[in-house]
Design a protein around this ligand. Structure first.
Ligand SMILES: [Zn+2]
Length: 309
């Protein structure tokens, strides 16, 4: 079941990537390229075509051409963020980045924001140890939007650094140097009801020079080499290990018993709630338990010899 679940997840992701490619091909046929310039893929050179898409931090979408409409393109700075959806997930963040949007103050704390699917979890194989970062959709250096919950998703360190940072730097450098504007749209892609995004699409186009300075359309994967992620919940585990799933077996009525016990956590004995032994036990050593008798047995608890629960 564990393996099946993982295969299923990666199957979904591959399907999604294929769909993205298909959409990109279709879109390329419909849209005129808005900008020229090199469209080389930035995949590491040791990655060959046909290898797992998980091996690269991002892929180009629509031939690397962003899909802003004429109406959307403006040389006036703005930023807009979507309301969180019913599951608490971010939507598209959209901005026209100009120097006036950029932060002038030091960045404060964002630790109070808990994006959907958030877990604080560390792995030795992750740079900086923490698997997840509170990942800005529109980078702080571009918008100055810091602890804005509509601009923060649960993103892997790899997405943050290998997937997004170089693109954000490219925009920031360009805007600082030229004083021009860059249309910038970041769309997190959630599969179904998943709480953690598969990745983010990032589109950017420099306005005053019609894309000569900055022009890209990429999808960056929310992955972490060496770590497997359950995108439904944000749970994670080391690659090669199986995710622990609590066994949910069915118990017979006999196994279930009365389903109402008191446990002495010190002696590991369980009792009827009205047993004098448990009533006289110190509060800190007793816990009520509502569940199958058999579960207690299987988890190392013994029935009290006096009340014979
Ligand atoms: Zn007892």
């Amino acid at each position: 079941m564990n393996l099946g679940m993982k295969e299923n997840l990666s199957g979904i992701r591959k399907k999604k990537i294929r769909a993205l490619f298909a959409a990109a091909v279709l879109a390329a046929a419909l849209f005129l390229p808005a900008c020229s310039g090199p469209t080389e893929t930035n995949a590491p050179s040791n990655v060959t075509a046909g290898s797992s898409p998980e091996a690269v931090p991002y892929i180009e979408v629509n031939g690397n051409v962003p899909e802003f409409t004429e109406d959307e393109i403006t040389a006036e700075s703005f930023e807009q963020y979507a309301e969180l959806d019913a599951l608490g997930r971010c939507g598209t963040a959209f901005a026209c980045v100009g120097q006036d949007l950029m932060p002038t103050e030091d960045r404060g704390s964002i630790g109070q924001v808990k994006p959907s699917g958030w877990h604080t979890v560390k792995y030795d194989c992750v740079d900086g140890k923490y698997l997840y970062n509170r990942c800005h959709l529109i980078g702080y250096q571009l918008s100055g939007e810091n602890a804005n919950e509509q601009n923060l998703i649960t993103g892997t360190r790899y997405l943050n650094i290998d997937g997004m940072l170089s693109f954000e730097n490219e925009i920031a450098d360009y805007v600082k140097e030229t004083g021009n504007h860059v249309m910038y749209r970041v769309t997190p892609e959630f599969e179904g009801d998943n709480l953690v995004a598969d990745g983010v699409q990032m589109e950017a186009l420099s306005v005053e020079d019609d894309g000569a300075g900055v022009c890209f359309n990429v999808f960056a994967y929310n992955i972490q080499p060496g770590v497997e992620i359950d995108y439904a919940t944000g749970e994670s585990w080391l690659s090669g290990e199986t995710k622990e799933i609590e066994e949910q077996r069915e118990y017979t009525d006999e196994e279930k018993g009365t389903e109402d016990y008191m446990i002495n956590t010190s002696t590991k004995k369980f009792h009827h709630p009205d047993c004098s032994s448990i009533i006289n036990t110190k509060e800190e050593n007793k816990e009520s338990f509502n569940g199958p008798r058999q579960w207690l047995i299987e988890n190392g608890y013994e029935p009290c010899g006096k009340c014979k629960p």
